[in-house]
Design a protein around this ligand. Structure first.
Ligand code: HEC
Length: 184
């Protein structure tokens, strides 16, 4: 048996680079957490809210029990594997939501990833009892977004340097005649 071999030049370099990344990640994490704990403002402004009917509250329970949170985020619960559904009630109508859950591909008019027919992972959704799907649709349509949220169809109120800059750089000249600036 050969004795312990010294590290080769390339190995030293590889471990060295990995070490630098690891140290940078740890420092970054500690700095971020320290900043977050000391700051009295929340790091991200919450720009979604919800109002539920009785049926919507029931739907919220079914939503969790039916494992929707395995892929979706709603009311800051769940995962980001699928779409974030916070604010969806400002984008889609209750009828649309129900229609999508029962017949996803026809409603999208395009192939879907997880909803649809077996063996897609969320194929089970369309065969849930109709009353459950109606309650879930009521729940989802109660998830509203404030103006200016990423999920809102309306841009933030007032002037925004970011939006003005993006328009300046990317918007074709003829858009100025074609579209109206709806910001207040
Ligand atoms: C395996 C992951 C997965 C599960 C479980 C799942 N979804 Fe989805 N969902 C997705 C993905 C991915 C999309 C995007 C459409 C697609 O490609 O299937 C989506 C899209 C949606 C949409 C349309 C959003 C939009 O505006 O386009 C709704 C509504 C929805 N899901 C509701 C639900 C509900 C309710 C449940 C539980 C009963 C559920 N989903 C379970 C992955 C999942």
């Amino acid at each position: 048996m050969a004795g312990k071999q010294p590290l080769k030049q390339g190995e030293k370099l590889l471990f060295g680079i990995f070490g630098i990344f690891l140290v940078a990640a740890v420092i970054g994490y500690v700095a971020l957490e320290a900043f977050r704990l000391m700051s009295d403002k929340p790091m991200f402004e919450v720009r979604t809210h919800y109002t539920f009917t009785e049926q919507g509250k029931q739907g919220s329970r079914i939503f969790r029990e039916a494992r929707c949170t395995a892929c979706h985020r709603a009311m800051r619960n769940g995962t980001n594997m699928g779409l974030n559904l916070d604010g969806i009630g400002s984008k889609r109508s209750e009828e649309w939501l129900l229609k999508f859950m029962r017949d996803p591909e026809a409603t999208y008019g395009a192939p879907t990833l997880d909803h649809g027919f077996a063996p897609k992972e969320a194929a089970y959704v369309s065969s849930l009892p109709l009353a459950d799907l109606e309650a879930i649709a009521a729940f989802l349509s109660g998830l509203k977004s404030d103006q200016g949220a990423a999920s809102s169809p309306l841009p933030p109120k007032g002037a925004s340097g970011f939006i003005d800059g993006a328009l300046e750089t990317f918007a074709p000249e003829e858009w100025k005649d074609k579209y109206r600036d709806i910001r207040e």
